[in-house]
Design a protein around this ligand. Structure first.
Ligand SMILES: Cc1cc2nc3c(=O)[nH]c(=O)nc-3n(C[C@H](O)[C@H](O)[C@H](O)COP(=O)(O)O)c2cc1C
Length: 437
């Protein structure tokens, strides 16, 4: 038996219309109000999860393709996850809450102060999912859009600046002695003068230092530069990789090498592999779902086409399902990698139906061909990951109560019985719980 692992939930549709477009999720929740998220956060805390990460994209995308993004609410609207965080903190006592933030959107001093405030308000439970998307740059300044690696350089400058502000209260600066009436010793505050490539600001920060560690830094980038960023800066890395031994070990080794190269230790960073399981009550049910997924009806294909149309900013729903997909429909703005992921090895002569059917197809956890299976089968997979040294997993889905209950109701007791999922939290907030094992 392997030891406990860390569990996170990735709120994949962000602070947006949960369940929109899925008739079975039509429960009349108001996604703009905090209740649906608070209910989910309480469920995750009861389940023993370490953290919830809230996806975000601050932009509705290119002006030419706006309608594709909002038509079925796959690409927006999204409200600001940083402002949802306090409501989730209020509803829970131990769960870490990790809004997605993009350095393009926040000046370092503002960010350091807001994050510090939330870290204190929450009892040290804030994390920050630092992303480097540059497509939304035009909303924040007229400056030229940065390239991929330059956006990571900027993120490192931003984070280093924020951390220097958080640390601008030196040891002994905060006194709080009622007998002498001394609150603080200003001579122990460091001035902080930053003149960098992307930011210029002075400190010190007008917020008191942390007692239980800084907000946890989470990162999702999978490129070489992204892994380097994670190794040097992150407490948690979100990993997307095939879940076989060779690739899990290789992914972990790359992050660990980057951490050591940056003067940190491998154990400073928890790597969570992202998985979206479909948990069934029996192996027969799992077999039925997998068999049906090989023959999706047109309604299911249209639903997939809608999501792809939003992600690829190209209207696939207007195309004939039974004609070859002409890749000239994709404009210059669509990355070749994304088009390649849609087409796979089927070639350009294959009809659109074949590509969408391939996306619909699921597989069984039991034979490692996919993620449909019973709670016991899923627990076997997690145990196997643990045997390879894994730190934890990130389950993926919306925050609709139906999704959470379907995923967790049978799974949590099984994981607990096997000692993979924590039964209790330690004091000290998110960092303390991440370091508890
Ligand atoms: C699990 C996971 C979650 C992500 N969440 C977000 C997100 O919420 N917002 C965002 O803009 N990008 C998100 N990304 C994309 C990454 O931030 C990054 O832009 C992308 O992986 C490209 O960087 P890379 O070239 O280093 O991989 C996510 C990626 C993964 C794997």
């Amino acid at each position: 038996m392997t030891g406990p692992q860390h569990f996170g939930w990735f709120l994949a549709r962000g602070f947006g219309p949960q369940g929109w477009g899925y008739p079975s999720l039509d429960w009349d929740y108001d996604w703009t109000r905090p209740e649906i998220y608070q209910e989910a956060a309480r469920t995750l805390e009861r389940a023993g999860f370490d953290l919830v990460i809230i996806e975000d994209a601050p932009s509705l995308g290119s002006p030419d393709t706006l309608d594709l993004r909002v038509r079925h609410a796959f690409g927006g609207p999204k409200h600001d996850p940083l402002l949802l965080a306090p409501y989730l903190f209020q509803a829970t006592r131990h769960l870490g809450v990790v809004p997605t933030v993009n350095p393009a959107a926040y000046l370092p001093y503002t960010a350091a102060r807001q994050f510090s405030t939330l870290q204190h308000l929450s009892g040290h439970r804030l994390g920050l999912n630092v992303v480097t998307d540059t497509g939304s740059a035009r909303h924040f300044s007229a400056a030229e859009q940065l390239g991929h690696d330059a956006a990571y350089d900027r993120a490192e400058e931003w984070l280093a600046g924020i951390r220097s502000l958080w640390r601008s209260w030196g040891d002994g600066a905060l006194i709080g002695d009622r007998d002498t009436d001394l609150f603080a010793d200003g001579s122990k505050l460091h001035s902080v003068t930053h003149r960098g490539e992307h930011y210029a600001f002075d400190g010190p920060l007008n917020a008191v230092p942390f007692t239980d560690g800084e907000p946890a830094v989470v990162s999702p980038g999978g490129s070489g530069r992204g892994l380097g960023f994670a190794g040097a800066n992150s407490d948690v890395q979100l990993a997307l990789a095939p879940l076989n031994e060779a690739s899990v070990r290789a992914y972990r080794a790359k992050i660990h090498d980057a951490a050591i190269a940056a003067g940190r230790s491998a154990s400073d960073i928890k790597i969570l592999f992202a998985i979206q399981p479909v948990i069934t009550s029996s192996a027969e049910e799992a077999d039925r779902i997998v068999a049906a997924s090989a023959h999706p009806d047109d309604e299911a294909l249209v639903q997939i086409a809608r999501k792809q149309s939003s992600d690829l900013e190209t209207d696939l729903t207007a195309l004939d399902l039974d004609r070859p997909l002409d890749t000239s429909v994709f404009g210059e703005h669509v990355s070749r990698g994304s088009i390649q992921r849609l087409i796979g090895d089927r070639g350009e002569d294959a009809p659109l139906r074949a590509h969408l059917t391939a996306l619909a197809r699921t597989g069984r956890i039991a034979d490692r061909s996919g993620f449909v299976g019973t709670a016991e089968e899923f627990a076997d997979l997690i145990e196997e990951l643990g045997d390879w040294g894994n730190d934890g997993v990130l389950l993926w889905g919306d925050f609709h109560p139906v999704t959470l209950h379907r995923t967790l109701d049978e799974l949590v007791p099984v994981l607990r019985r096997r000692g993979i999922l924590r039964r209790e939290y330690v004091d000290g907030g998110l960092q303390a719980n991440l370091r508890a094992f």
